[in-house]
Design a protein around this ligand. Structure first.
Ligand SMILES: [Zn+2]
Length: 168
């Protein structure tokens, strides 16, 4: 369930670096000769953006600290994949992916996750959070009419030491 000890002193820190962006655009020479196709069935580009939010939760029935009310400074990474580049050489403008992620996590920020509709019937574990955010980012990308890039995965961390990834 990926729950980790929480230090009460850092539940809601200043979010000066709210969004960080990383992108992988490295190509082999073989891939450079094939700019619009997959290589060995694998998409050539994966683009990732990262953001964070703060929330509290209780994992009901958990025999340990996570069974009590506590909070996390969650970190979330969303990755898309694609091979088709536009005239600027981009698979997707990363601002669009950042916007989709921001829309997905805004309803979770500074909330008690157990009280929210997505977690009315499932525990607010990191696993279920990752799946929920994946679904919301997919909806946001569809509304933003993103067609050439596919949502690959969503990873959620409750601490710096461990990540949970949802990749359907
Ligand atoms: Zn927890």
């Amino acid at each position: 369930m990926a729950c980790h000890r929480f230090s009460s002193g850092n539940l809601f820190p200043p979010s000066s670096d709210f969004t960080r962006v990383t992108a992988s655009r490295h190509l082999s020479k073989r891939q450079q000769r094939l700019p619009h196709s997959k290589v060995n069935g694998i998409s050539m580009f994966e683009l990732t953006v990262e953001s964070d939010f703060s929330a509290s939760h209780i994992l009901e029935g958990y025999d340990g600290p996570c069974g009590r009310l506590h909070g996390h400074n969650y970190r979330v990474r969303v990755s898309i994949e694609g091979e088709k580049q536009d005239a600027l050489g981009m698979v997707l403008d990363l601002r669009i992916l950042k916007k989709a992620l921001a829309e997905a996590i805004e309803p979770l920020d500074h909330r008690h996750l157990n009280d929210l509709p997505p977690f009315a019937n499932v525990p607010p574990s990191a696993e279920n959070l990752a799946r929920h955010i994946f679904q919301k980012v997919r909806e946001a990308l569809a509304e933003l009419e993103v067609r050439d890039a596919r949502l690959r995965q969503v990873a959620v961390a409750e601490s710096n030491q461990a990540w949970v990834t949802y990749r359907p």
